[in-house]
Design a protein around this ligand. Structure first.
Ligand code: NAD
Length: 482
């Protein structure tokens, strides 16, 4: 693999994301030779760490995520890391950072290439982007910026943040990361749709009755109550992960697999995203909050959550597009905290066709993204010794060895940033469409709040409020995964 010269600067270098995901992923890329001799990483945060302390943290992070580690390689790898105490709101600190970056660039012959990774609370993204620009942190080689989610709080703040970032970075150099796009089964959606005539030929609005996307979490808000209460399930999960999955499910076939062709196909689809009316939102969307149990707090009792909060920990709703192969097919989605189990699952429900046997069921195509990875097609067949029809699943599974080979989403996506492949990152025009949809729902909910309506309540560790079973367009529709 090509050795890419670069100085990478991580803002939020002492944080959870950097520790659990970025450092282990960088080590794997180092082991593969993508970064080797000509790279340096500057981790910044406010704490007064030393280079040595940071290196110890990085070694810990690698040990915590790997069963086998080549200790010589790890020792060499950590020597490429430097710590810079930095308050992102202090303009003077950017000058020190710039000097260190230049010094490391010279020492490692990094050819003026820079990657800036914003792994911090989203309220700082705009400040960092502004100071990267006014303090001239970009250099003479490539300059790429990776921005974590959420990108904005609604369309207006997303637009403002985008302006702050585009002051120093071109759209092609902005990597808006959504780690769902690095997941094996999410990356399997397009090959599954376009390489199998069996699937491709039914992927249209005369054969598909509806699509159902579920992102269920078992955990509650944990220690993140304060942040979560300003966000909610719609902004936290639908605006990014669910929309990315739905876009891959509904987009037209790209003319080839170049990043620009994939983004073009997505944009073609999203130009036809239907923004639901208030009446449609009232009918096809449900927001919910989890209740407490003997051993757990309800959402309203969680630390740092307002006791009369209307923030949703669950949402179910519908998306539809005017164009693309499944134009006007309802795509139902739901996501929530404290649900039955952690599971990300997609069900494609085919229309039922009348037949001489009468009682046959619809065929479904199911993709399990998390925590296991699986595709299965539910089909009908003959019962062996009785008359009648039985249902069976045709399974596509992964062996233990194959599962062990699957890289973490962050490793895949960081690799793509190094090699400048933006296929699996969110383009600004996509994000605009997502926010327009989210803003319409939030605005309808605000009106509902003013009218005294509250989110539906649900018992923990089930499948959300019962109202979510009533969002369907037709009485014959129901959730396949219960
Ligand atoms: P965190 O709170 O663990 O880390 C935040 C970092 O910012 C720390 O290093 C802290 O020292 C630093 N910081 C705070 N104020 C600062 C200031 N004024 N100047 C300089 N540094 C300052 O957060 P996290 O969980 O690592 O999340 C970071 C980003 O990644 C967020 O946008 C989050 O939404 C996103 N994200 C995190 C995860 C995850 O698994 N943790 C997953 C997906 C996305």
């Amino acid at each position: 693999m090509k050795n890419i010269p670069v100085v990478m600067i991580i803002f939020g270098g002492s944080g959870d994301l950097a520790h659990r995901k970025l450092y282990p992923a960088l080590f794997n890329l180092y082991e593969q030779g993508l970064i080797r001799d000509n790279f340096a990483v500057i981790a910044t945060a406010r704490r007064p760490w030393t280079h040595e302390y940071l290196r110890g943290q990085i070694a810990d992070a690698v040990h915590e995520t790997h069963t086998e580690v080549n200790e010589n390689d790890l020792a060499d790898f950590t020597q490429h890391f430097y710590y810079q105490s930095h308050d992102v709101t202090n303009v003077g600190h950017y000058e020190t950072l710039k000097e260190l970056a230049q010094e490391l660039d010279d020492r490692y012959s990094a050819q003026g290439n820079r990657i800036f990774y914003l792994a911090m609370a989203p309220r700082f993204f705009g400040t960092i982007a502004t100071h990267l620009n006014d303090q001239h942190l970009t250099s003479s080689g490539f300059n790429r910026i990776v921005v974590e989610k959420p990108f904005g709080h609604e369309l207006a703040s997303a637009e403002k943040l985008n302006q702050q970032i585009t002051a120093s970075f071109a759209e092609d150099d902005i990597f808006r990361i959504d780690h769902y796009l690095g997941k094996e089964m999410v990356q399997n959606i397009l090959p599954m749709r376009f390489t199998n005539p069996l699937i491709k030929n039914v992927w249209n609005n005369s054969e598909i009755k509806n699509i159902q996307v579920t992102l269920a979490e078992r955990l509650g808000v944990e220690a993140r109550g304060g942040y979560y209460d300003t966000s909610g399930a719609l902004r936290d999960m639908v605006q990014n992960h669910i929309f990315q999955i739905v876009t891959l499910l509904a987009m037209p076939e790209p003319k080839d697999l170049n990043a620009s062709s994939i983004h073009e196909a997505k944009q073609e689809l999203l130009a036809g995203l239907i923004i639901p009316s208030e009446a449609e939102i009232a009918q096809h969307f449900v927001r919910g909050q989890y209740l407490g149990s003997d051993t757990t707090f309800g959402y309203l009792q969680e630390a740092n959550v307002a006791e009369d909060s209307a923030t949703e920990t669950f949402v179910a709703g519908e998306m539809k597009f005017k164009n693309g192969p499944i134009a006007n097919v309802p795509i139902y989605f739901r996501t929530g905290k404290e649900l039955k189990e952690k599971k990300t699952r997609i069900d494609i429900v085919l229309k039922h066709r009348s037949n001489p046997y009468g009682q046959a069921h619809s065929n479904n195509i199911t993709l399990i993204v998390d925590p296991n990875m699986e595709i299965y097609i539910t089909i009908n067949g003959k019962k062996i010794s009785q008359t009648g029809i039985r249902r069976e699943n045709l399974d596509y599974n992964f062996s233990k060895d194959e599962l062990a080979e699957v890289p973490d989403g962050y490793e895949r996506l960081l690799h793509d940033v190094f090699v400048n492949d933006s296929t699996n990152f969110t383009h600004w025009s996509e994000l605009q469409a997502y926010w327009k949809f989210i803003d319409a729902i939030e605005s309808a909910w605000q009106k509902a709040d003013q009218a005294g309506q509250k989110p539906a309540q649900y018992l923990p560790y089930r499948m959300g409020p019962k109202e979510a079973d009533q969002i369907f367009e037709r009485p014959t529709e129901h959730w396949i995964y219960e």
